[in-house]
Write a protein that binds this ligand. Structure first.
Ligand SMILES: CC(C)(COP(=O)(O)OP(=O)(O)OC[C@H]1O[C@@H](n2cnc3c(N)ncnc32)[C@H](O)[C@@H]1OP(=O)(O)O)[C@@H](O)C(=O)NCCC(=O)NCCS
Length: 240
């Protein structure tokens, strides 16, 4: 699937981001063979992965991230874009023209999403597939705010989807700040949630007033994007 162009607006300033989605089935295509899009060092990293699930996640995530960056950089040869991991696990994009550009990515059950964006406007994406069996456990781990508990109790959103929204909102913010989930989950919680469309919600973070979150549910998955509070997206990312 071709990366989706997303216009970003922050006050009077405008920039472009690209959102890419890669499905498991796409890995069968010739252009998705590891040697077709991974750099030498990425191939070495891929070769060291022992488990099939890890290998698949790595390929899906790297392909999505490189397609998003490739569109933003106008670079057709994805092997020239390198994505390393920083000390906290955060993705680091390298390319002769990548100055200031960043990428955030997530993979879940055979689907990967990535957003390439200008680094001065920190963003993070998270995609999760939440099952009824895991929702109750996850809800117990979330350290919910009063606002989140009230939203859940109101019952307008089913528990599985709500769990996905609250979890991915935390992870997206953690990624935008490069800390991932290496902190108590309640710190990353939402202080306000409102409907932003069909199966879509907008949230403000309780402890990080500089960031906001957009979440949408689709086909059993939830996608959240954390971004600067004053940022507007020209369109919603389409995860499927
Ligand atoms: C962010 C984190 C939770 C990963 O989330 P996940 O749902 O397992 O995986 P996702 O597919 O959504 O995201 C993985 C990608 O997030 C990115 N990522 C990882 N750590 C990141 C960080 N600190 N900042 C920004 N992005 C990060 C990476 O690009 C990673 O993909 P890659 O390793 O192939 O490059 C994880 O890396 C982390 O912070 N772990 C430490 C704490 C933890 O494990 N908590 C468990 C639950 S409480």
């Amino acid at each position: 699937m071709k990366p989706q162009a997303i216009a970003l607006r922050h006050g009077d300033e405008r920039r472009q981001a690209y959102f890419a989605v890669v499905e498991e089935i796409e890995l069968n295509a010739n252009e998705a063979l590891p040697q077709s899009f991974l750099s030498e060092s990425e191939l070495a990293r891929f070769g060291a992965l022992r488990f099939a699930a890890k290998q698949q996640g790595f390929l899906l995530g790297r392909l999505a991230a490189k397609r998003a960056l490739g569109a933003l950089l106008a670079e057709p040869d994805l092997r020239r874009i390198e994505i390393r991991s920083g000390a906290y696990g955060q993705p680091l994009a390298q390319h002769p023209r990548s100055n200031g550009l960043e990428v955030t990515l997530s993979h879940s059950h055979g689907l990967a999403v990535a957003l390439a964006y200008p680094g001065e406007w920190p963003m993070g994406v998270d995609l999760e597939t939440v099952a009824a069996t895991s929702a109750a456990t996850l809800l117990g781990d979330l350290q919910m705010t009063t606002a989140e508990q009230a939203w859940l109790a109101a019952g307008a959103v089913n528990e599985v989807t709500a769990c996905g929204v609250l979890w991915t909102a935390r992870e997206a913010l953690g990624k935008s700040m490069k800390i991932g989930l290496n902190c108590p989950l309640g710190i990353l919680a939402l202080g306000r949630i409102e409907v932003a469309g069909a199966s879509a919600w907008a949230g403000l973070y309780a402890n990080f007033p500089q960031s906001r979150c957009l979440s949408q549910a689709l086909d059993g998955r939830v996608l959240s994007i954390a971004m600067p509070v004053e940022m507007e997206l020209g369109c919603w990312p389409q995860p499927g």
